[in-house]
Design a protein around this ligand. Structure first.
Ligand SMILES: [Zn+2]
Ligand SMILES: [Zn+2]
Length: 379
């Protein structure tokens, strides 16, 4: 390349200051990079639509996305829970393997997405010991999940700039391999961010108007506390009965996300799906395919759903130990689903899954009216 040409790696810098001497540069210590990324992942801001107004302190606080009291505490042992995400943070230490690891309650599920004032005033209703799984609770659970995904993705995108230096001191072929991988990863993040911007704005609009009536939700309660909790939002690709719903990389339309919260209230696990957009769209179709499962299969499929789609998932430590190496391997394999070409998510993602949590009865369900007429897979 010519010295002043924009570098081939896509950084936007001139070649002479970017990749010309990359192979001669000292390799950065991996511990330093992972630390910088960890710090980057903790960046925060107030995501409330009225952020910056006089009522906003604009100083983000570290807040839990899953109720600490009742929820996380119900599955914790010795003040700790098990996190798959923790396994990713230690992937270099474990020589490329993802080994889910313990995380303290003070840090589990936290993010810096709201100032103290807005966090308290917004989520107070769903931080109670007991609350009804109604429209407004479903909205708040969904809103927090969307906000979490938004901030996590925003930070991940900024962290790509840190990862660009991973190829220092490597030969040219390795540089190309690393930069190409980062380019694809970054493209996916930008795409995901555009969708999240759109959906966050949709939720913001409803937050301001106070009209939550078109937030769809399906909620269920199990007889007893399941050994996992989670909070997150994602775009469903395949249904629980093995149908392709929307293809993330090809579509140019806004994709429909589904928010999922699993937590515990009065020693009983609840699972809430919240989504916007009814009319048999992909989100509704996805949730309906869960609703159509046999009741006895719902706890186990809830576990597989959390592992497949939600990074912000935690397990009870003694339970995780008790399931044995084969089930652990199966779940870790599912955590990697859809993140790289080697781990593509097929339409069979939820077919023939390991039976790990069998026979936990469902005791109550809040079912949207549309589900009674809807026929899954009807063509
Ligand atoms: Zn470059
Ligand atoms: Zn604020």
């Amino acid at each position: 390349m010519a010295r002043n040409e924009r570098c081939w790696c896509g950084s936007g810098k001139k070649w002479k200051v970017c990749h010309r001497d990359r192979h001669k540069q000292p390799e950065p210590p991996i511990g330093k990079i992972t630390h910088e990324m960890f710090v980057g992942q903790q960046r925060g801001l107030c995501l409330h639509p009225e952020a910056g107004a006089t009522t906003c302190t604009n100083r983000p606080i570290k807040a839990h996305t899953i109720q600490r009291r009742g929820g996380l505490e119900a599955i914790a042992e010795g003040g700790h829970v098990i996190s798959g995400k923790r396994g990713y943070e230690k992937i270099f230490k474990n020589e490329g393997r993802v080994v889910p690891d313990r995380i303290g309650l003070a840090n589990a599920s936290t993010f810096m997405g709201f100032c103290g004032l807005h966090d308290n005033s917004l989520f107070e209703p769903i931080e109670q010991h007991h609350f009804e799984l109604d429209d407004s609770a479903a909205f708040l659970l969904g809103y927090r999940a969307i906000a979490y995904e938004y901030l996590t993705k925003k930070n991940a995108l900024e962290n790509v700039e840190i990862q660009r230096s991973l190829d220092k001191g490597k030969d040219f072929q390795t540089q190309v391999y690393i930069q190409e991988h980062l380019h694809l990863y970054r493209t996916g993040l930008i795409r995901g961010m555009q969708d999240l911007e759109y959906w966050k704005a949709e939720y913001d609009r409803r937050l301001i108007s106070g009209d939550y009536s078109d937030i769809q939700h399906y909620a269920l309660k199990f007889d007893g506390a399941l050994p996992f909790v989670c909070c997150g939002g994602f775009q469903p690709e395949v249904s629980f009965d093995g149908r392709q719903l929307q293809i993330l990389t090809r579509s140019t339309e806004e994709l429909e996300p589904v928010c999922v919260n699993v937590s515990v209230m009065n020693q009983q696990t609840f699972l809430v799906f919240a989504w916007l957009g009814g009319g048999g769209g992909p989100a509704e179709d996805f949730v309906h395919s869960f609703y159509s499962l046999h009741d006895d299969a719902k706890a186990n499929m809830g576990l597989h759903l959390a592992v497949e789609h939600i990074e912000n998932t935690y397990f009870r430590p003694s339970w995780w130990e008790s399931i044995g190496a084969s089930h652990q391997r199966h779940l870790v394999e599912r955590m990697r689903s859809g993140i790289s070409p080697e781990h593509e998510r097929t339409s069979e993602a939820f077919i023939g899954v390991d039976s790990i949590l069998s026979g936990v009865p469902v005791i109550t369900e809040v079912v949207p009216g549309d589900f009674k007429q809807h026929v899954a897979g009807d063509v």
